[in-house]
Write a protein that binds this ligand. Structure first.
Ligand SMILES: Cc1cc2nc3c(=O)[nH]c(=O)nc-3n(C[C@H](O)[C@H](O)[C@H](O)COP(=O)(O)OP(=O)(O)OC[C@H]3O[C@@H](n4cnc5c(N)ncnc54)[C@H](O)[C@@H]3O)c2cc1C
Length: 450
């Protein structure tokens, strides 16, 4: 027991990455994962089929020397391709530089790759089909079922919950005394659909873009896959006139798509069957505290801070948690280590940032499904790019700060509020970036302490 040994609950994206980091520091790691080994059994990796990887998520992968191989799994996306009803589609670039791109990656491929890399360290053991059901901090034991059957009991030394939004480790920590425990379920959900490749195996839409069909209260998005297909996601209210409640039968589904998404409807493979058969996924924001219990337990990733997916940052934020652990946690040593201090420091570094990206992700839903088609939004974007061009040291648009930089989310959030006020002043008076004057902008930046 003198040698710290880590037990991770959950071998998803964050658990698999974290196990590599801890193993490279010399620790033995056991990962208990409720699902079967996705490298051997054809199971969906759960939730979204593909996701957007951005700079914050790339950083720890780069530090571990994994990016050369991961690069082969990536499709760069340079901007949002906006598909308005009855109008030609337009690309809204994410940024002004060639590097301002995000990457579509298959969740299953990334998760499988990380698990294999973890095993290759020789210090990580995955135990699949082990579902943790209870954590006893008095005796340091985990209770779990194996292949849905007999209960097994396992001792632990340090347990880290990387077990996602419904984390039993979080529940156990919060049961010991919670100061914050907030779960806000969004009244919108999602459903995944598919566009298959064309006969030549190519993408039927522009490959290097994240496609959005914004329709106000609801939207479709599509991210490219390496096999030429697109994963399409419908985000829509749960209840109401246009909602998952009201659109259920084949006829309702066909009518809904014919009315709102006529350009994409013919591309959607097996629309009614997929709509009926694929699960409707719920979306929630979880904010909780504390993230650790004594020197025994810690939670990171979605277990600590599930967020809605509209900034494409949930995994990226979880990977940034891992990066913080990589920076703070010492290499294995025979010297006594004050683990409680490390767990506290990790929580202190991350909680404020997780809260900030949670808020920005909620705001971004309105931006994606509605604002992107508004004139004022486009004007503000135009002004932002101009100001950034003139004053790159003093002004980076919030979207770019979140997606392409490493500035803490909490700072990006606060700066973003100033940006919004400044840009609103400009849109009140000007209608085109050619009307802006550099010295006037300089003064305006000063006014907002930028
Ligand atoms: C529709 C959608 C789109 C998204 N798009 C993006 C995106 O573009 N970019 C981005 O960065 N993020 C995105 N996200 C968020 C991202 O999916 C999550 O933030 C990420 O998966 C969190 O990883 P995790 O390892 O913390 O949790 P999870 O991925 O949930 O993994 C938890 C693991 O723990 C296991 N587990 C759970 N309970 C137990 C138990 N009791 N015992 C043992 N094992 C258990 C699960 O089987 C799972 O393998 C999206 C999410 C959704 C829903």
């Amino acid at each position: 027991m003198n040698t710290p040994h880590f037990t991770l609950v959950g071998g998803g994206l964050v658990g698999s990455l974290l196990s590599i980091i801890l193993a490279r520091k010399g620790y033995q790691v056991d990962v208990y994962e409720s699902r079967a080994d996705m490298r051997k059994v054809d199971i969906s990796a759960g939730r979204s089929i593909n996701l957007a990887l951005a700079n914050r998520g790339i950083k720890p992968l780069q530090d571990l020397g994994l990016m050369d191989e991961i690069n082969q799994l990536l499709i760069p996306m340079r901007g949002r391709m906006i598909h308005l009803d009855g109008q030609p589609s337009t690309l809204q670039a994410y940024g002004q530089s060639e590097q301002d791109v995000i990457y579509s990656i298959s969740r299953a491929q990334l998760n499988s790759f990380l698990m294999t890399k973890a095993e290759q360290t020789g210090r990580v053991n995955f135990h699949f089909e082990h579902r943790v059901t209870a954590i006893d901090f008095d005796q340091n034991i985990l209770t779990m079922t194996h292949q849905n059957q007999q209960a097994t009991i396992v001792d632990f030394n340090k347990v880290i919950g990387t077990d996602g939004a419904n984390s039993p480790v979080r529940t156990a920590i919060l049961n010991k005394g919670s100061t914050e425990n907030e779960e806000a379920v969004l009244d919108h959900s999602y459903k995944e659909l598919t566009i298959l490749p064309d006969n030549n195996g190519e993408h039927k839409l522009e490959k290097h873009a994240l496609h959005i069909w914004p329709r106000g209260e609801f939207m479709l998005i599509a991210l490219p896959n390496l096999d030429g297909s697109f994963t399409v996601t419908l985000f829509m209210p749960n209840h109401g006139v246009t909602s998952f409640d009201s659109i259920k039968t084949d006829e309702e589904i066909n009518n809904f798509f014919a009315h709102h998404f006529i350009d994409i409807q013919p591309l959607l493979d097996d629309l009614t069957d997929r709509y009926q058969q694929n699960p409707t996924g719920r979306l929630a924001t979880i904010k909780c505290a504390p993230w650790h219990y004594n020197d025994q337990a810690l939670i990171v990733g979605d277990a600590a801070h599930a967020i809605v997916p509209f900034h494409g940052q949930g995994m990226n934020c979880g990977f940034e948690d891992c990066d913080t652990i990589a920076q703070l946690v010492p290499e294995l040593t025979t010297e006594p280590t004050d683990w409680q201090q490390y767990f506290k420091a990790i929580t202190a570094a991350r909680k404020v940032n997780a809260d900030a990206i949670a808020n920005m992700a909620l705001e971004n839903y309105v931006e994606m499904r509605d604002s992107v088609r508004q004139h004022e939004f486009l004007l503000k974007k135009q002004f932002s790019f101009k100001i950034q061009e003139w004053f790159p040291e003093r002004f980076t648009p919030r979207y770019a700060m979140v997606m392409f930089e490493h500035i803490p989310y909490s700072q990006a959030f606060e700066l973003g509020k100033k940006h919004q006020a400044l840009l609103s002043e400009l849109t009140d008076c000007y209608s085109c970036s050619s009307q802006l004057d550099k010295s006037m902008i300089d003064q305006l930046l000063r006014k907002y302490d930028l």
